[in-house]
Design a binder for this molecule. Sequence first.
Ligand SMILES: *Cc1c(COP(=O)(O)O)cnc(C)c1O
Length: 471
Amino acid sequence: MDYISTRGEAPCLSFTDALIAGLAQDGGLYLPEAYPRLSERQISDFAGLPYAAAAEAIIAPFVGGALDRKALRTAIDAAYARFDHAAVTPLTQIGDNLFLLELFHGPTLAFKDLAMQLLGRLMPQALAARRKRATILAATSGDTGAAAIAAFRNVAEVDLFILYPKGRISEVQRRQMTTVAADNVHVVAIDGTFDDAQALVKALFANKRLRDEFALSGVNSINWARLVAQTVYYFVSAVALGAPRRPISFAVPTGNFGDVLAGWIAKRMGLPVERLVIATNANNILARALATGRYEIGAVQATQSPSMDIQVSSNFERLLFEAYQRDAAAIRRLMSALQHEGVLRIDSGPLAAIRTDFDAVRIGETETTEEIARVWREAQKLIDPHTAVGVGAARAGLKVRPQVPMVVLATAHPAKFPAAVEAATGVVPQLPPRLVDLFTRDERFETVANDQAQLAAYMRARLDASKRAAS
Ligand SMILES: *Cc1c(COP(=O)(O)O)cnc(C)c1O
């Protein structure tokens, strides 16, 4: 299986090369040249399988010959053995035809673990086979950083630098990063916002000299391998509710558009997905784009669901590429307009294609709080604010199609956002026992100015120090 860029001007890569590259050289995103198609029989056979076995069957066709099957299975088994729940992603019912898919039973309590734990196994293998090392550099608004650290700590082939905006993430999120003592993990507080941190990362990647010097690699949600890992739980949950005999809808709390796009890929592979409901908070660029065809960048607003406080949903480019029937020249034109004018206009044909699969619903701050309270009152479940945005959007979807089961992706554990949950319910959500000492552990981090040269100097010093320690 080869991977092609949405902008059509980068070399085709194998699964493992696309895994290491992250972003394509032409600024585009990688997609498979074709989607593997599963038969009804193959899909219904997932019923009752352990999560790891279903994951192997779904992921293997995307890997093709790039990795031997046994190595893939070993990586998958190890990745999902670290989850707290036997089902890995359990389903619970919270209303008529309304279900929660709990994606927060991994090491850092957010859905990012589902893909990152697998990347933390596949990437070192791929690097070792090429006798390469890599420096993973990522900015985080909270959850990606912790998940990457949990997945790559003490991995010999990788140094990991995580930038977070100083003072702008929750204490649980910060401590999940700063209390990990591992020589290859470098947590950096940037004096600035998340957008500043993200811009620094992009600037370093765009600087060819630094990119080569550090052998930079990316693990944010534009990395194709993350999407593949996320298609698995769509299959597993839909089959548990009667697919492929019966269509299922999903409501997905959305920021960078990675998670919900994984659902669309599952549909392309043959899963009968009725609707994909994009759930957005006040940062509703996607809801506006679906309604009007204008994808227009606004100012980021801070909300109770910070992991969705994003204006540019990078993975949307992949959907546009498909909606434009893989016309890379059209995508180059659209992305250039977005970069230069802050807006792109989706033509009527592609917009209609997108609307046949997706709905988009915006849930405001008051509704988010009310939804946390309602689910607590009606189903005695504490949900986090991201999940609450999903539940609010799901209810809107169920009004249109009450007979189709609706699965909400519960993307974070309520104890990651205790203030919002307590404000809505009066109840303080508890961390799992393995994390109860989080608040007494020592923290390690460095503060670096919002400046490319200073960041590069800091990284060079840290890498030199760890080289000396290793020799
Ligand atoms: C990252 C994240 C999201 C958004 O997921 P995307 O794939 O970026 O759309 C939603 N909820 C939580 C808790 C997250 O960490």
